[in-house]
Ligand binder design. Structure first.
Ligand code: GLY
Length: 331
């Protein structure tokens, strides 16, 4: 067995393993093949749009990771869909505007009128009232990132389910098992269900990520260069894997209100993922006990936070201090 074993073959575990190999460490990833939120995630890198007012430490972590993303993506050496066209954050009704305005004021971005928005994105509905362009809110394709990380790590990834940490033989164990972290460590990581859709059409209908409030409902629309468009996501405190008629209806209704042309596209995927949430919705990154590190509980920001998590865990392995704000022992 290796010096370091990472339990979990999702984007967090693989990113950590990759970073550690770059430091010359002997690493094995045990991949139980479990569902990971990355499999359905849209890949929005949104330190502003996903920010939480009452959690400045988390916002700082998100911004730091957003800054790491360009180098992280380039280092993978293949196209992982990293795109910095930016995000249009939009509102439809007066109530939607009131809801969004708080965040926009904090971000200090100039408000754009409907005509300015449609200049940037001609397919937008004339009903869109107002919005902002956030150049720092970007996207990446999580499926491509994970494929690239797997390619990089090759046979360091071993298919194996871990039921107890006592079964793992290594001087350092890194638990990066998403929702499965609860069972392995006793830490409070809960699944938060998200239903996500994928549409497909000719490339070019949209260029920006759209993040909107439409008649009181949050929806995001993430266009890829190849014509895939990801529409997400519900947020439900549920553990089941059912795609529901209501979930699909609400997402499509909001997305088509925003961009009427989406109604013409093929609906290619309806999927469910579970975000690993914690009681304060901030991640657990640090030492749990001697020889056991944890990197889990990234909730809505697992893709965004992968590079900074890898950097923090690599730092801990190399003997640096962790970030006390994300210490897993706070629970
Ligand atoms: N980060 C988007 C989501 O969790 O739905």
């Amino acid at each position: 067995m290796s010096e370091i074993v990472v339990v979990g073959g999702g984007i967090i575990g693989l990113s950590i393993a990759w970073r550690l190999t770059e430091h010359g460490k002997d690493v094995t990833v045990l991949d139980g093949g479990d569902e990971g939120a990355w499999q359905v995630a849209a890949g929005m890198l949104a330190p502003g749009g996903e920010s939480v007012f009452e959690a400045p430490a988390l916002v700082r972590l998100m911004e730091r990771s957003a800054d790491l993303w360009p180098g992280f993506a380039a280092g993978l050496g293949v196209d992982v869909g990293y795109d910095d066209t930016g995000t249009l954050s939009l509102a439809m009704t007066a109530d939607d505007v009131a809801e969004a305005a708080r965040l926009w004021t904090k971000q200090q971005l100039p408000l754009l009128r409907p005509s300015e928005l449609r200049e940037l994105e001609p397919a937008l509905s004339p009903r869109v009232r107002i919005g902002v362009h956030s150049p720092r809110e970007r996207q990446v394709d999580p499926r491509r990132v994970v494929a690239a990380l797997r390619e990089r790590l090759g046979d360091r990834i071993v298919p194996k389910r871990v039921d107890a940490l006592s079964d793992v033989d290594a001087s350092t164990i890194v638990v990066a098992a998403g929702c499965g972290t609860a069972k392995l460590t006793g830490l409070p990581v809960r699944p938060v269900k998200g239903q996500v859709l994928r549409l497909r059409g000719e490339p070019g209908l949209l260029r920006h990520v759209l993040d909107a409030t439409v008649d009181g409902r949050s929806v995001y629309v993430v266009p890829r260069h190849d014509g895939e468009i990801v529409v997400g996501a519900t947020q439900e405190e549920r553990t089941d894997r059912q795609v529901t008629a209501g979930g699909v209806y609400e997402l499509l209704r909001a997305a088509i209100e925003l961009v009427p042309g989406l109604a013409e596209l093929e609906l290619t995927e309806t999927t469910v993922g579970h975000r690993p949430g914690t009681p304060d919705n901030a991640p657990l990154i640090g030492q749990l006990e001697p020889g056991v590190l944890v990197a889990a509980g990234h909730h809505r920001n697992g893709i965004l936070l992968a590079p900074v998590t890898a950097e923090l865990i690599a730092g801990l392995v190399l003997g640096e201090q962790g970030d006390p704000d994300f210490d897993p022992r706070r629970f």
